[in-house]
Design a protein. Structure first.
Length: 382
């Protein structure tokens, strides 16, 4: 993550690695030095090394159960996204059987109401931000409010990693929108988020499903997703080895810091970059992430020279001052919202309408304003 007015104090590096650029701090103090790809220190020693072999993930998520009507239960094949070579899902959600009324409940998120416009807010329109929650009050929560658990719906759970020098409230537009599509997101408040913070937050969120409170019994804790931006995009990849993760999204992301991160992944990965990002560049950071991935992966490039590294951050956030020193303007991540939501809805909850963004030769991300999409293995994207 970039940003801030320039400072005069020495750069901070991670593990004494070489630098390709510095991120001035908004306070005029510490300057954070961006490590070069392949030189990021790892909690297990060294940068991730390329791993060969065929990807071990994939498969098509199953469809959710039909909504019950007239008192009969809905049937269907489960909604878990296929992983480890396309594992099949479980049983679909059952419909309501009381009084002949239709129901949308169940034990998972496969009854997520369909949408036709993935750029627009989803069916949970009262999504909002809750500050100072979780372990040590070091997290921000984004979730539906009064509509949480409506009609028995179980919400998939997500964990978010910020870019350097930023906090979750600077991505409120993106995270509220994601929450409106049924996801409950726990966001680490650290300004240099790492796997322990993202994973501990998810552990806390999962525990709320069995803890007295507003989220009790309303979460689909078997369907986790991980999302992050810039430095937090690397942390998202590090966190994706959790056993219940169904999808990972890295927005203009740095490399992971755990040396075994790519070999530990088991769920599909979506990578974003833009032609205007001259800070976390595609060639030095995002493309190597794609090359090292061994799971089903889609690599999307937004062809927009004005979409710089700060494109993901909300317009008006304090970090947006970084635009005057070459990091591009804050843009609220407008063009990347829809494919992010589609990817998570499809692989976590089996939303078949979202497939058009990624599958086939005429996919949404295969044409303007997107360019040179890369997918692997191709037989899993047909």
């Amino acid at each position: 993550m970039a940003g801030g007015a320039s400072g005069a104090s020495p750069g901070v590096t991670t593990g004494g690695v070489s630098a390709t650029g510095s991120v001035p701090a908004a306070s005029g103090g510490t300057t954070v030095v961006l490590p070069s790809n392949g030189g990021v220190s790892s909690s297990t020693g060294g940068a991730p090394s390329p791993v060969g072999g065929a990807p071990g993930s994939g498969g098509v998520p199953g469809n959710g159960g039909a909504v019950g009507g007239g008192g009969s239960a809905g049937n269907g094949v489960g909604g878990a996204a296929g992983v480890a070579g396309g594992a099949s899902g479980g049983t679909g959600a059952a419909g309501s059987s009381s009084g002949g009324a239709s129901g949308a409940g169940g034990t998972d998120c496969t009854s997520l109401p369909p949408v036709t416009d993935y750029t627009a807010p989803g069916p949970f329109t009262d999504a909002k931000m809750f500050k100072s929650v979780g372990p040590s009050s070091n997290y921000t929560l984004f979730r539906p409010d009064a509509s949480l658990g409506k009609n028995g719906f179980r919400h998939p759970v997500a964990t978010w990693g910020n870019g350097i020098l930023t906090t979750p409230d600077q991505y409120e537009k993106t995270l509220d929108l994601l929450a409106s599509h049924g996801f409950v997101i726990i966001a680490c408040n650290d300004t240099m988020a790492e796997r322990p913070c993202l994973s501990d937050g998810m552990d806390w969120l999962v525990a709320q499903n069995t803890t007295a409170g507003p989220m009790q019994g309303k979460l689909d804790t078997d369907r986790e997703v991980v999302v992050g931006y810039s430095w937090g995009g690397g942390a998202a990849i590090d966190t994706s080895n959790r056993p219940h993760v169904k999808a990972t999204v890295s927005l203009h992301g740095m490399p992971p810091r755990v040396s075994t991160a790519f070999t530990d992944m088991h769920a599909p990965l979506l990578l974003f970059t833009s032609t205007g990002d001259s800070f976390v560049t595609a060639s030095e950071y995002v493309t190597p992430n794609y090359e090292k991935s061994v799971v089903q992966t889609f690599y999307a490039t937004l062809n927009d020279s004005m979409a710089g590294h700060l494109y993901v951050v909300d317009v008006g956030a304090s970090i947006c001052i970084g635009s005057i020193i070459g990091f591009g303007a804050c843009g609220g991540d407008t063009q990347e919202h829809a494919p992010t939501i589609a990817f998570l809805r499809y692989f976590a909850c089996g939303d078949q309408g979202a497939k058009k963004y990624f599958y086939g030769s005429d996919c949404t991300l295969c044409k303007a304003p997107w360019e040179t999409e890369q997918r692997k293995p191709m037989d899993q994207w047909n």
